[in-house]
Design a protein around this ligand. Structure first.
Ligand code: NDP
Length: 281
């Protein structure tokens, strides 16, 4: 078993992004990222703070817009519009979840697709599916980069994705398919799930249930990617029963320190890509 050190891979990618940022700045372009947060949800505040820290450490121009929990949908849409028109901003991220009185879909759809660095806009998702140039959703794209970095051949492998959310499971399946894997997607209604996961050469777990993946579900020598972030008794744990599963795998990601650091790094990667495209316009 070898551990995939997401933190180290992310740090290496950040060095490259930092170098590219310096080069862009010399050409008069500073990558700009705007993060919008509504309300004081502690988990969202933590995520936004880490995104801001990452942007600052890379030398980006970073803006945080904090709005009250009670802000109207109209005011939020107006802010997104202003950021769409702001020349200094290359990436816009609206932290989810949004309060119930706001239509999150409407807000995400209002982001200019050229600044949609989260890759959640339906047009970007459509482009990803048909293989056109698009901003790819950060978590699944970070996983592909990790596999590349570790030299895992994806082509022809059987990849099983546990979970079918719009932000992780579905785009993960699409990206693995684009890399020529044979992909099976499992979800809460899947029958004989253990028999399917036990066939996986690459198993990606994104269900949000602590320790869900047990050794009987894993093929000997499989590559196991744990997307889950669950808080149990104050500790962060993944969707994989790491201690019991690890020795069956050839490669496995830990939680924390696996997929998480890659997600934030891919957001920065998309922002600098956006700045580069803008420069070429
Ligand atoms: P969602 O809750 O949106 O989706 C969970 C998926 O798991 C659903 O498709 C659901 O199926 C499926 N599922 C639930 N229970 C079971 C079950 N018993 N058996 C099989 N499938 C099941 O979660 P997300 O995709 O947003 O996130 C998944 C996990 O990843 C969470 O822990 C989240 O915190 C973490 N996460 C981590 C990130 C990172 O950067 N590391 C980024 C984003 C998320 P159905 O569709 O049928 O309901």
């Amino acid at each position: 078993m070898k551990l995939i050190d997401g933190k180290a891979i992310a740090a290496k990618m950040k060095e490259d992004i930092k170098r590219e940022t310096l080069a862009l700045k010399e050409q008069g372009v500073t990558p700009g990222l705007a993060v919008v947060i509504v309300g004081g949800d502690p988990a969202s505040q933590t995520y936004v703070a880490s995104k801001e820290r990452a942007a600052d450490s890379l030398g980006f121009y970073s803006v945080k817009k904090e709005l009250d929990q009670g802000v109207s949908e109209e005011a939020l849409l107006k802010l997104v519009q202003e950021l769409n028109e702001d020349e200094k901003i290359h990436g816009i991220l609206v932290q989810l979840p949004l309060p119930d009185h706001i239509d999150a879909k409407k807000v995400l759809n209002s982001i200019d697709i050229r600044k949609d660095v989260d890759g959640f806009h339906p047009e970007n998702i459509g482009k990803m599916i048909i293989g056109d140039e698009a901003f790819l959703p950060c978590t699944p794209n970070g996983i592909i980069k990790m596999l590349e970095y570790e030299g895992v051949a994806i082509k022809g492998k059987h990849a099983v994705v546990l979970g079918r959310s719009n932000i992780v499971g579905k785009p993960m399946a699409a990206l693995l398919l684009a890399e020529d894997a044979t992909v099976t997607v499992c979800h809460s209604k899947t029958r004989n799930l253990k028999e399917i996961t036990a066939l996986a050469d690459i198993l990606v777990a994104a269900v949000g249930i602590p320790g869900y993946v047990t050794p009987d579900m894993v093929k000997e020598g499989a590559v196991v990617i744990d997307v889950g972030i669950n808080r149990v008794e104050g500790r962060l744990v993944g969707d994989v029963d790491f201690e019991r599963v690890k020795d069956k795998t050839s490669l496995i990601t830990p939680v924390p320190g696996g997929v998480g650091p890659m997600t934030i790094t891919m957001l920065m990667y998309n922002t600098i890509e956006s700045a580069k495209r803008k420069r070429e316009d």
